[in-house]
Write a protein that binds this ligand. Structure first.
Ligand SMILES: Nc1ncnc2c1ncn2[C@@H]1O[C@H](COP(=O)(O)OP(=O)(O)OP(=O)(O)O)[C@@H](O)[C@H]1O
Ligand SMILES: [Mg+2]
Length: 214
């Protein structure tokens, strides 16, 4: 099992967000995660990515028990196994687009110049490699974030509204490309989307509501 979630709970002060969430994801499996704004989708991805810790329950990734790891152990798992495409992109402002795309792959020890160039080309970024993130549009920054994650070839891709800044036609194209590239590497994918149209195109769908998967 690539990802195992068992009875996971998470609250912020005075805000119970996840109230016992359980699901599994196999290697190569792709699922859409939907739910109203504020339902806890980003929180759930952050727990999987080890960016925050659960209050109770079990999270295991690729056989490793996340809930038993310290910060360093979670960071290593995130670097080696998981790739997060953040809702707010989280690009590194001091690095140009080319270096942003290469960054995660270098950290993971899987940098491949050819793969980076290929991804930049597929995502329409080849003419922007020497620019800095601040000089890009929201949609361009979003595509850099996608390329950066895929360049590192993670076993598990977590994508938080990865087409939220694109118009419908561009969103469809990038969504199809993301699914194709994830399938090529036989990674698992958890894709958060507000779009019922895109969710309907995923083989499996989960909906978060009132802190639980409905
Ligand atoms: N760091 C935090 N501190 C306090 N409350 C938080 C924090 N992060 C999230 N929350 C709260 O947890 C709830 C879930 O937030 P989350 O960002 O996971 O929702 P979401 O489903 O991703 O929403 P959206 O669709 O708008 O991105 C919200 O009520 C939010 O206000
Ligand atoms: Mg969110």
């Amino acid at each position: 099992m690539l990802l195992h979630f068992e009875n996971v709970t998470k609250s912020y002060p005075n805000v119970p967000v996840l109230r016992g969430v359980s699901f599994d994801l196999r290697a190569g499996e792709m699922l859409a995660l939907t739910g109203e704004s504020g339902s806890g989708k980003s929180t759930l991805l952050h727990l999987i990515g080890g960016l925050d810790s659960a209050d109770s329950g079990v999270i295991a990734i690729d056989g490793a028990l996340m809930t038993g790891l310290d910060d360093g152990g979670r960071a290593k798992l995130r670097r080696d196994v998981v790739g997060v495409i953040f809702q707010q992109f989280n690009l590194i402002p001091s690095l140009d687009v080319g270096a942003n795309i290469a960054f995660q792959a270098r950290l993971a020890g899987r940098y491949d110049a050819g793969r980076c160039a290929h991804l930049a080309d597929l995502l329409g970024l080849s003419d922007h490699l020497a620019k800095y993130p601040e000089a890009l549009s929201g949609g361009q920054q979003q595509r850099v974030a996608i390329a950066r994650t895929l360049a590192a070839q993670p076993k598990l891709v977590l994508a938080d509204e990865p087409t939220g800044n694109l118009d419908e036609a561009a969103a469809d194209g990038v969504f199809a490309l993301l699914c194709e590239l994830v399938a090529e590497t036989q990674a698992g994918l958890v894709l958060v989307t507000h779009s019922q149209r895109l969710a309907a195109r995923m083989p499996r769908r989960l909906n978060l509501s009132n802190g639980q998967i409905a």
